[in-house]
Design a protein around this ligand. Structure first.
Ligand SMILES: Nc1nc2c(ncn2[C@@H]2O[C@H](COP(=O)(O)OP(=O)(O)OP(=O)(O)O)[C@@H](O)[C@H]2O)c(=O)[nH]1
Ligand SMILES: [Mg+2]
Length: 372
């Protein structure tokens, strides 16, 4: 019995020993508390610095049987440019830092070795980015994939002393410094990051709808002006087509007079294929909201009001909403899709309709490209 007890103690000691060694596999670092909802950066002021050119070199070659083999200082390489390139790979300007410095050219060296030219720094920006100079004048519009804009030119490399050899001066003791690159300030602004824009009064359910159709996670809350900055969501279709939908901050009456958050966000909808006007049909007389919204869109730009518009009658799960939809039909000729973004009613139908509009837009832009 004693023997048994001893062996049991030994075993439990060994077990304790083991438990001391074993480490939990969990990370000890605290979990991030940051808000995961991301909005996209649509406006950025950047300072662009072209690369400085490499200095030229002063050098005189000495050889074994020729003490004065001549000046052989090479030229410096050119500094790199900063170039903005429109690309469909990026959707916003988050990756663009506020100061962009291009690479410097290499210095020249002896034996007529020229310094290497620096590589240009190419910064990708979304298609539809507008470039304004420091006086706020639009000087670039990157509308098509692959279009480039040279923002800051690099400095030229300096000449080495070999360059300055002449009939009268066989051993020049001079060379040039590399030129400084340009130092310019620009404002980048995205005008058309989305194919579809969601426009509506605050609290109409725009963010809820974007959450329902994409992986974007804008904040949803039962008070107005929850969304303060635009959010972008991508709707994925079975044939791998992707449609970008933008949830824009709410618009109220007199937004064009800078009431509420102002109307400036509508610039994102300016080049959208279609605008979805979200109405909360649980409210009485939703056509009043529709009139106000159409008026605001009109005031913003005539071109925008001529875009395809579809009315989304949201919150049909609430009592009295369907009756309001029927009344709404009498007030407008525009197509109306009744949905409930919260529950998901009719959202599939909505996605199909969006696709039809998008395909039409692609057809038109392909035809325009062919004409070009
Ligand atoms: N019952 C019901 N409630 C909804 C529906 N869609 C949105 N809501 C609610 O309406 C409220 C506002 O929704 P949001 O998506 O934040 O509205 P928003 O249009 O983005 O509002 P702002 O960001 O302030 O412009 C939230 O409490 C949602 O839960 C719906 O289909 N049915
Ligand atoms: Mg919102």
């Amino acid at each position: 019995m004693l023997l048994f007890r001893n062996s049991f103690l030994n075993l439990s000691k060994r077990c304790m020993h083991k438990t001391n060694i074993a480490q939990p596999l969990r990370s000890k670092k605290a979990k991030s508390q940051t808000n995961k909802a991301q909005y996209f950066v649509d406006l950025r002021t950047v300072r662009t610095l072209g690369g400085r050119g490499g200095d030229g070199c002063i050098s005189f070659l000495h050889l074994w049987a020729n003490e004065n083999a001549g000046p052989d200082g090479g030229d410096g390489g050119n500094g790199g440019h900063i170039i903005f390139e429109a690309s469909k790979d990026v959707k916003d300007l988050t990756h663009v830092t506020s100061v962009l410095q291009a690479d410097l050219g290499e210095k020249g060296s002896g034996k007529n070795c020229h310094g290497k030219n620096a590589q240009h720094t190419i910064v990708k920006v979304p298609i539809g980015t507008i470039i304004k100079n420091s006086k706020n004048i639009i000087i670039g519009d990157l509308e098509k994939d692959g279009t480039m804009f040279v923002a800051a030119k690099g400095g030229a490399g300096g000449k080495g002393n070999h360059f300055f050899v002449s009939d009268t001066e066989q051993a020049p003791y001079i060379c040039e410094y590399g030129a400084e690159g340009e130092d310019l300030q620009y404002t980048l602004e995205i005008r058309s990051m989305a194919h579809i824009g969601l426009v509506g009064f605050p609290n109409a359910g725009k963010s809820t709808l974007l959450r329902a159709i994409s992986r974007a996670r804008p904040k949803v809350a039962p008070y107005p002006f929850t969304t303060l900055k635009p959010h972008l969501g991508i709707v994925q279709y079975d044939d791998y087509e992707q449609i970008a939908v933008a949830d824009l901050p709410g618009i109220i009456e007199d937004s064009h007079k800078n009431k509420g958050l102002g109307i400036q966000f509508l610039r994102h909808a300016e080049r959208c294929a279609a605008i979805l006007i979200i109405l909360d049909v649980a409210n009485d007389e939703p056509w009043k909201h529709l009139k106000i919204l159409q008026n605001e869109i009109d005031k913003f730009s005539n071109e925008l009001s001529s875009r395809t518009q579809i009315i989304i009658a949201n919150k049909i799960d609430l009592p009295g909403a369907m009756e309001n939809v029927e009344l709404l039909r009498k007030h407008t000729q525009l197509p109306i899709i009744p949905i409930s973004a919260k529950i998901g009613t009719n959202v599939k139908q909505l996605l199909q309709d969006i696709r039809v509009v998008y395909d039409k837009m692609l057809d038109v832009s392909n035809k325009l490209d062919e004409l070009d």
